[in-house]
Design a binder for this molecule. Structure first.
Ligand code: BTN
Length: 330
């Protein structure tokens, strides 16, 4: 039997035994393992984060790793649609790439979630990459099939930004949003949203919302250590990825429902409350040029309005820097 097969059998057996210790001979007999296979399996599970007691009466599982799997999410997920169809991958190029492909092939219903423990080509906004170390953070992409005109699709990442910021606040982290949807803690990026859509003239086919949250990365990868943070670093304790994911999906479904029923106005109002951008001097990088001014507001479609010496400019796509922070690490 393969090593992972052995570990899987032992993990399920011990989980089902609960507090009852299972003697080694019983485990070997019931699972058809040799004593050395059992020992290697127990050791492998411990290395993967399972806490297994080996008291004289037998083995007992006292803790399982915080890993978002269908089994772990099952009892905590409260959503109607989001995450109900779930694909969990150990490693992939990009969950958004996988989700987009599935949606294009009509193999993903509304709410389909693709999760990965690690990404080798995680994608960020504006063609950047999203550094995705294994096993510590959340990388997930949702397929949405909203009844929305294509021109209103840019509202969705702002909906997601509000939901993400509120979910982080539920965990004691007072997150703010930097336009359009960078979620920050104390001015450092903790989560990002990538929205990609497929449409035909006049009809939105689907949107893939990719969410990346730095949960327990500590330390952060050196490439982003100067500009990013993680929940664990900010709160001084690890956060359950499973619980956080369920909270994000619940908040997001509520806000998507509200967006569908009431339009963009309530989302915009909440976004303004959570914004770290408005009212500040900003430098906005737009395709190589920099626009400097004061971030005034977002309009009814989510575009950023910047007061410049030449008048108010409307920014649809760009990267905001706080002008106060210019010269600092980015
Ligand atoms: C940003 O630049 O702020 C957006 C980052 C989005 C990252 C997430 S991680 C899960 C999903 N898959 C990707 O390749 N990107 C998104």
């Amino acid at each position: 039997m393969s090593r992972t097969g052995c570990e899987g059998l032992i993990a399920v057996f011990l989980a089902e035994a609960g507090d009852q210790p299972s003697p080694g001979e019983v485990l070997c007999g019931k699972l058809g393992l040799s004593p050395s296979e059992l020992l290697a399996g127990i050791e492998g599970l411990r290395q993967r984060g399972f806490a297994i007691d080996s008291a004289p009466g037998g083995y007992r599982m006292t803790g399982a790793p915080d890993r978002p799997t269908p089994e772990a999410l099952e009892s905590l997920l409260t959503t109607r649609d989001l995450g109900r169809a779930l694909l969990c991958l150990e490693e992939t190029t990009s969950t958004s790439e996988v989700a987009f492909l599935m949606a294009s092939e009509n193999a993903a219903p509304h709410g389909q979630l693709v999760l990965a423990e690690a990404q080798t080509k995680g994608r960020g906004r504006l063609g950047r990459s999203w550094i995705s170390p294994a096993g510590v953070n959340l990388y997930g992409s949702l397929v949405l099939r909203p009844a929305l005109e294509p021109r209103r699709a840019p509202e969705l990442p702002l909906v997601a930004g509000v939901a993400l910021a509120e979910a982080l606040a539920d965990f004691g982290a007072p997150a703010r949003i930097k336009w359009p949807n960078d979620v920050e803690l104390r001015g450092r990026k903790v989560a990002g949203i990538l929205s990609e859509m497929s449409a035909v003239p006049e009809r939105l086919l689907f949107v893939v919302l990719g969410l990346g949250i730095n949960v327990n990365a500590d330390p952060l990868p050196s490439e982003i250590a100067g500009i990013a943070t993680s929940l664990k670093r900010e709160l001084g304790r690890p956060v359950s990825r499973v619980r956080l994911l369920c909270a994000v999906l619940a908040r997001l479904e509520d806000w998507l429902d509200r967006h569908e029923d009431e339009g963009f106005a309530p989302v915009r109002a909440r976004w303004v409350e959570l914004s770290s951008t408005l009212g500040s001097p900003v430098d906005v990088e737009i395709e190589g040029r920099v626009l400097s001014g004061e971030a005034l507001d977002i309009d009814e479609s989510g575009a950023l309005l910047v007061r410049t010496p030449g008048g108010v400019e409307r920014v649809l796509v760009g990267d905001v820097r706080s002008a106060r922070a210019s010269g600092g690490p980015r």
